[in-house]
Design a protein around this ligand. Structure first.
Ligand code: URA
Length: 222
């Protein structure tokens, strides 16, 4: 089994007990070998990154090759787009918390590239870690990026295009489903960008963030 590289991510909080609990959770996750096939294929465990005191938490699907390499969620092409979205909201990656349903990259045996969706068994095995992350962070708002994140957190499989833009609730926390940034890379239409942006405007409103006129108008036709 290849050694799992150490990852970048610390658990800083104004609450020392919370930081310690988060660090202990991270230690358990980094040592996890419950999915033996994923543990033997991974380079890193992609635990999560950001501010554990943040009111805003983003949840994606699973690490891809870039994330597996770097040990940090959303650092590849889709991740760069997510970073832009976060910055357009007036935040930085360090202000929010970002995690995935799966902490290991879904393996693709025999393929040198490409990704696959997590299986339902992998999701069932890994999701308790995300539940623990959310229980400790206690965000005021969750953003579920794409269908797998919505399925993992809410058990809803009716399709992201039906759910996006409509507030849901995860254990009492408002959850906004929206398209995964990888979808926006595949479909570059302004209308699809605007849909994600409208979802983020709803998130900003829920968090009582200041929204400028310029921000309100992004991706609208002149
Ligand atoms: N896609 C995801 O869902 N998560 C990542 O970390 C990267 C790409």
């Amino acid at each position: 089994m290849p050694a799992t590289k150490p990852v970048r991510s610390e658990s800083k909080s104004t609450d020392a007990g919370k930081a310690a609990a988060f660090a202990e959770l991270q230690r358990r996750v980094l040592a996890c070998v419950q999915c033996a096939h994923l543990a033997s294929a991974r380079k890193t465990v992609v635990f999560g990154v950001g501010n554990i005191d943040s009111p805003l938490m983003f949840v994606g699907e699973a690490p891809g090759a870039d994330e597996d390499e770097q040990g940090e969620p959303f650092v590849g092409k889709a991740g760069q787009l997510l970073t832009k979205i976060i910055e357009t909201m007036g935040q930085s990656r360090a202000d929010v918390y970002i995690a995935n349903i799966l902490k290991c990259r879904p393996d693709t045996p025999g393929q040198s590239a490409g990704n696959r969706k997590p299986t339902s068994d992998e999701m069932k095995t890994c999701i308790p870690y995300l539940h623990e992350q959310i229980d400790l962070i206690k965000p005021k708002v969750l953003v579920a990026l794409g269908a797998t994140a919505v399925d993992g957190l809410l058990g809803k499989t009716m399709g992201i295009s039906k759910l996006r833009g409509n507030w849901q609730t995860y254990r009492g926390i408002p959850l906004m489903p929206t398209y995964h940034p990888a979808y926006l890379l595949r479909n570059q239409a302004m209308s699809e960008k605007r849909k994600v942006w409208e979802d983020m405007l709803q998130v900003m409103e829920k968090l009582e963030m200041n929204i400028s006129d310029k921000q309100r108008k992004f991706f609208l036709k002149a």
